[in-house]
Ligand binder design. Structure first.
Ligand code: SF4
Length: 394
């Protein structure tokens, strides 16, 4: 490949920026989170959202995931992680409309857990999740065929992270597996391994390889060599039958585009910059980042840890930026910074903005159901089975 050195030219800062080899502090809000996001362009939007919310009253229940923008989260009746929100929706049978400010797989889970009479609405249908999209139903069915060919499907129990599509949850239910969250992944793996007597069992962990690996190594004491990664884009997942037979954890090659970008360099850099800082990260981060952190835990764990932290303590947090900024604002007596200088917001979570929320609320207030998320009956049945196994975990 011809490089700039070969051509004896000095790249301009703009050229480097376009090549991704330089940073532009003016455009990267993740750098140090200065100031507030600009107000929505239409100053009447907040008032319109309030008016529509009032017109809807008890008929609607608005859920807000922790990673949502401030302009949206202010209208949430309850905030939480994906599972807590789905449970909250199920606990409100009187609400005709569940407005889910989060991403597509979360709205699907809410639809699975609520009654047919309730409509789950996602204000912007483009709010997907790149991790959930990394495992399609066809790819996972093909993977199961590969495991069957290798003679290991009978001893394999699927465990799927909550952050997966309804189709993947249904696959999991159909094959005797369970769903897990980042809070109960250890219990889910213990349960899955106990399903096959004599220690011969394996787990197919979908779709987040990092949560699967971190839980297997940190919590269950498995060796890195006990884990293999199934790559859906390669023939037979890029694995031989012998590798599949020898493995205990078969990790799907998926990751979160936000948490997967934190690196060991981010940890080293923040420790050098802020002496005495506690590094607190989400288990969707890479294993080397998790291994170098002081604390690891789910979104709810991160919130509780910072609530309980003493005044004056210093924290570098490796999770989505909207949440870190909000926590920093809520705890002015503690120094709370974002772990990395370049990682930004979750772009799909951020698709739910005030204009979309206003449109959804006003439409519902006028009696028009928009952007309804509905899971078909068969998928719902098997996905619910997997979710119920999670709820029954010891
Ligand atoms: S933060 Fe990661 S896992 Fe969560 S919605 Fe965004 S891409 Fe998906």
């Amino acid at each position: 490949m011809t490089t700039a050195q070969d051509l004896d030219v000095t790249p301009t800062p703009l050229a480097l920026l376009l090549l991704g080899r330089a940073a532009d502090p003016a455009s990267e809000r993740g750098v140090d989170c200065p100031g507030d996001l600009p107000a929505p362009s239409d100053p009447g939007l907040v008032e319109r959202a309030r008016a529509a919310r009032e017109r809807l009253g008890e008929k609607a229940f608005v859920l807000g995931h922790h990673y949502q923008r401030d302009e949206v989260i202010q209208f949430a009746d309850v905030t939480g992680d994906s599972f807590k929100l789905a449970q909250q929706a199920a606990a409100r049978p009187e609400a005709e409309y569940i407005v889910f400010c989060g991403v597509h797989f979360m709205a699907e889970s809410a639809d699975i857990l609520t009654s047919d009479a309730q409509a789950v609405v996602l204000p912007d249908l483009a709010a997907g999740c790149s991790m959930a999209d990394m495992a399609t139903a066809e790819q996972v069915a093909e993977c199961w065929d590969v495991l069957t060919e290798a003679g290991v499907a009978d001893v394999t129990v699927p465990v799927s992270y909550m952050n997966s599509s309804a189709d993947i949850k249904a696959f999991t239910g159909r094959h005797g597996g369970t769903i897990c969250t980042s809070s109960n992944a250890r219990r889910a793996l213990d349960w899955a391994f106990a399903q096959r007597a004599g220690g011969s069992g394996k787990v197919l962990f979908l779709p987040d390889q990092h949560l699967g690996r971190n839980t297997a190594i940190r919590d269950l004491g498995l060796a890195p060599g006990d884990c293999v990664v199934y790559n859906p884009h390669r023939p037979n997942g890029g694995l031989t039958a012998e590798q599949l037979r020898a493995a205990k954890m078969i990790l799907w090659r998926g990751h979160c585009s936000v948490h997967g970008r934190f690196s060991l360099d981010s940890v080293d850099e923040v420790r050098a910059r802020i002496p005495g800082v506690n590094v607190l990260v989400h288990p969707e981060c890479k294993h080397e980042v998790v291994a170098a952190a002081d604390q690891v835990g789910s979104t709810e764990h991160i919130i509780r840890a910072l609530d309980a932290a003493p005044a004056g303590s210093k924290w570098a947090v490796g999770t989505e930026l909207n949440l870190v900024r909000r926590l920093a604002k809520q705890h002015p007596d503690k120094e709370i910074v974002f772990l990395d200088r370049t990682v930004c917001f979750c772009s799909t979570m951020n698709r739910i903005d005030l204009p979309h929320l206003v449109w959804a609320l006003e439409s519902l207030a006028d009696g028009k159901v928009v952007n309804r998320i509905e899971v078909d009956k068969e998928t719902e049945h098997f996905a619910k089975l997997a979710l119920e196994r999670m709820l029954a975990l010891p």
